[in-house]
Design a protein around this ligand. Structure first.
Ligand SMILES: Nc1nc2c(c(=O)[nH]1)N[C@@H](CN(C=O)c1ccc(C(=O)N[C@@H](CCC(=O)O)C(=O)O)cc1)CN2
Length: 297
């Protein structure tokens, strides 16, 4: 497979962030409004700390306001709900993101459910999930699946009619919304998971294969249909034989890349899209709050 078949999520995300920055500047000059993103981190998970730092940096680079709230891992659910209520009421905050995972004493669904749907830039709230599923109203769409769709449509065109898509993974954060987005783009969609009979066979049917299982290199090269577009959502840190660590996806990349028509690498594929789409969602929220149409990004 030639390197042109590698889907460069890092470059695509940089382009999207550039368009976000232009829309931020337009909103400021038209309405005097600067979009604000509040990110809440509870605890000291090292990976989450990196993601939150990158979110704040990229938010500021796009000309937006960043509000960081770092709470200890002993934080109670009531304390967190009180902070979310304060952010819901703050007119300078257009987007609220509570970094996951949360410590075990906190019910993530209760916290996500308490975020004002218009400010739920993660799109995890049941109101936004329902809007995405039914097509009623304008949802905030979860960042990682929307990032995957943008990468796919850049390769294959907006209309995925006639394409068979297989999503491996059924989480509320990636698998289920991903399937909804693919359906919305007219693909024929199967959701597969750990209890699916003949998972390799299901994958071999896919023109579009989305891997979101969280198991390092589970999807092998001979599970991939020749010419398929493979989107790898997995980000797994594994130990090398030399005792170091490296990041791998849910797809055995070098095997799959021999067969695929196009494939996202890990790192540098889907991951960077997650934060770029988060910024885009926050700008969209600010446009809506200002009574404007959604910006074309
Ligand atoms: N509230 C949320 N929590 C979490 C989400 C989310 O969308 N909302 N997603 C993940 C973590 N995440 C953002 O929060 C995220 C993960 C990975 C990347 C990324 O750019 N990855 C790089 C590699 C980074 C590395 O070296 O470790 C890549 O794939 O190239 C960005 C954001 C869980 N929590």
């Amino acid at each position: 497979m030639s390197s042109s078949n590698v889907i460069d999520g890092k470059a695509f995300a940089a382009g999207l962030r550039g368009r976000v920055a232009e829309k931020v500047a337009e909103l400021k000059s038209q309405k005097g409004v600067v979009p604000g993103l509040a990110v809440v981190l509870v605890g000291e998970d090292p990976a989450s700390q990196v993601y939150v730092r990158n979110k704040a940096k990229q938010t500021l680079e796009a000309g937006m306001q960043s509000f960081e709230h770092k709470l200890p891992d002993t934080t109670t659910q009531d304390d967190l709900l009180a902070l979310v209520a304060q952010l819901n009421a703050d007119p300078q905050v257009h987007g609220i993101l509570v970094q996951l995972p949360l410590p075990k004493q906190i019910d993530a669904n209760a916290v996500i459910g308490s975020i004002e749907p218009a400010k739920d830039v993660d799109g995890f709230n049941v109101v936004n999930a329902g809007r995405l599923m039914t097509g009623a109203g304008k949802p905030m769409v979860p960042c990682t699946p929307l990032g995957c769709l943008l990468l796919l449509q850049d390769r294959l065109g907006k209309d995925l009619s006639g394409k068979r898509a297989v999503v491996v993974g059924r989480s509320n954060i990636v698998g289920k919304p991903m399937a909804q987005l693919l359906l919305g783009a007219n693909a024929t969609v199967t959701i597969a998971h750990s209890r699916t009979a003949d998972l390799p066979g299901e994958c071999r049917n896919a023109d579009i294969l989305i891997a979101a299982v969280g198991r390092p290199e589970m999807i092998k090269g001979d599970w991939v249909k020749p010419g398929a577009t493979v989107i790898d959502v997995g980000i797994n840190r594994i130990e090398t034989p030399e005792g170091k660590t490296r990041l791998v996806g849910d797809v055995a990349y070098s095997e799959a890349a021999e067969v695929a028509g196009a494939i996202t690498p890990v790192p540098g594929g889907v991951g960077p899209m997650t934060i770029a789409v988060l910024l885009a969602n926050c700008v969209t929220s600010a446009y809506r709050a200002a009574g404007l149409d959604d910006p074309a990004l």
